[in-house]
Write a protein that binds this ligand. Sequence first.
Ligand SMILES: NC(=O)c1ccc[n+]([C@@H]2O[C@H](COP(=O)([O-])OP(=O)(O)OC[C@H]3O[C@@H](n4cnc5c(N)ncnc54)[C@H](OP(=O)(O)O)[C@@H]3O)[C@@H](O)[C@H]2O)c1
Length: 280
Amino acid sequence: MRKILVTGADGQLGRAIKRCFSEKYSLLLCDLPELDITSITACRDAVREFQPDIVINAAAYTNVERAEDEPDTAFAVNAVGAHNLALACRESDAKLIHISTDYVFDGSRGTPYGEYDTPNPLSVYGKSKLWGENLIRDAGDRFFIVRTSWLYGDGHNFVRTMLRLAEQRSEVAVVADQHGTPTYAGDLAALLEQLMHTEYYGIYHATNAGSCTWYDFACQIFACTGRTTGVRPIKSEEYPVKARRPLYSVLDNKMLRLRGFTPMRPWEEALAEYIKNDLI
Ligand SMILES: NC(=O)c1ccc[n+]([C@@H]2O[C@H](COP(=O)([O-])OP(=O)(O)OC[C@H]3O[C@@H](n4cnc5c(N)ncnc54)[C@H](OP(=O)(O)O)[C@@H]3O)[C@@H](O)[C@H]2O)c1
């Protein structure tokens, strides 16, 4: 049975991996405090002791707003932590699957980004994730860097926030000028499973199909749950935040397509299943 070490196992993607993988693989599920990926010693010890075939790094500093105030912490986890795992994997000859983000792009172009497009992150979070990618690329060659977007699963996410707000208000104001693709963590976990058996190393964009704005996403969440909550479209500048977000960060899943992987289903279908199976 293949051995897989998962970091950040208590996060949204980590939990989805646990659900999808636990009957088929020998899993070592780690999160803080037992495995802090900012410690090279902890990463080396964990990989050396467990001897995994594959390491999936689902650990990250994901608070985009707070990262603006804590850049060193964000870089320690998203860049140094990713590097530590890449070095540990190289020493033990394990494959590394690392998750990155659409926020490595500035979103100024207005058409979907391919894997070959040049990143230009706007936020500390995006910069720290891009630097993590670069360090992994420098550290070895048996890696998959998988960029995803607008992830939701078991944990804090936009879907749960909207449903909580709907309990408190009759109308919510939602940004309608940022475009992206909501992605269900369960679908991403299933895709990672396909990818990890190959040797097609490199960078991949992996999201559900289609795209929308946060406003469209909110409307769909309320439609799927039978809520009558009103949704008022607003511009990004009406919702002041510290971190700049890309206005258009739709990812073209080109490499998955060219490598013959089945495209992930439309985001609306994935959302409906998530709401039916995980929330209701
Ligand atoms: N969420 C999104 O919308 C989104 C979009 C694009 C890409 N991504 C990427 O997708 C991946 C998975 O995201 P997610 O939403 O599943 O994240 P998540 O729910 O925030 O989970 C991340 C996990 O990593 C843990 N962690 C934080 N610092 C750590 C450290 N130093 N060592 C070990 N574990 C640590 C967190 O613990 P604590 O909770 O205790 O901090 C948490 O359990 C990340 O790489 C993220 O950058 C996410």
